[in-house]
Design a protein around this ligand. Structure first.
Ligand code: TYD
Length: 138
């Protein structure tokens, strides 16, 4: 079976002199039903968040304000850095993808739409454990 790949999704952008507007509707823009939304803000400029992966959760990450980087790693030696600085780009992150958020600009806001409710048991918080799981060593 082909792996589901992380990708940047171009979201609709209704350009308007009164202010632009973007939106997401289940299935029209993203390949999962939204179960939860959370947002990360007040990150000191230049700081980063701890990395993790999920067993089952899919997510879409959008920079609503400012910018930050999302670093994705497939556990097979492929690591890619996405600079998120537009409110009409969504980064789709499939399950079993290691992701770190860093390089936050001051006053940036990261919106995360998730396919599941919060479940600590779905987290993989150790990179070596993650690599063992994706390489079927655990
Ligand atoms: P976490 O996802 O670990 O953020 P990061 O990896 O960026 O530090 O979330 C931090 C804490 O917030 C976690 O210990 C539990 C809480 N939390 C919730 O209660 N519900 C949620 O939906 C999320 C995302 C986190």
């Amino acid at each position: 079976m082909e792996p589901i790949l992380a990708k940047i999704i171009d979201l609709p952008c209704v350009r308007d002199p009164r202010g632009n507007l973007s939106f997401i509707q289940n299935a029209d823009q993203i390949p999962f039903e939204i179960a939860r939304a959370y947002w990360i803000y007040d990150v000191p400029g230049g700081h980063n968040r701890d990395g993790h992966a999920f067993h089952t959760q899919q997510e879409l990450i959008v920079s609503l304000s400012g910018s930050f980087d999302a670093v994705l790693d497939d556990g097979h030696g492929h690591r890619i850095r996405h600079h998120l600085n537009r409110s009409y780009y969504g980064l789709y992150v499939p399950p079993l993808t290691w992701r770190e958020l860093d390089n936050f600009s001051t006053n940036s806001v990261a919106l995360v739409l998730s396919s599941t409710l919060y479940d600590e048991l779905d987290y993989i918080r150790d990179f070596d454990t993650f690599k063992q799981i994706v390489n079927h060593e655990l």
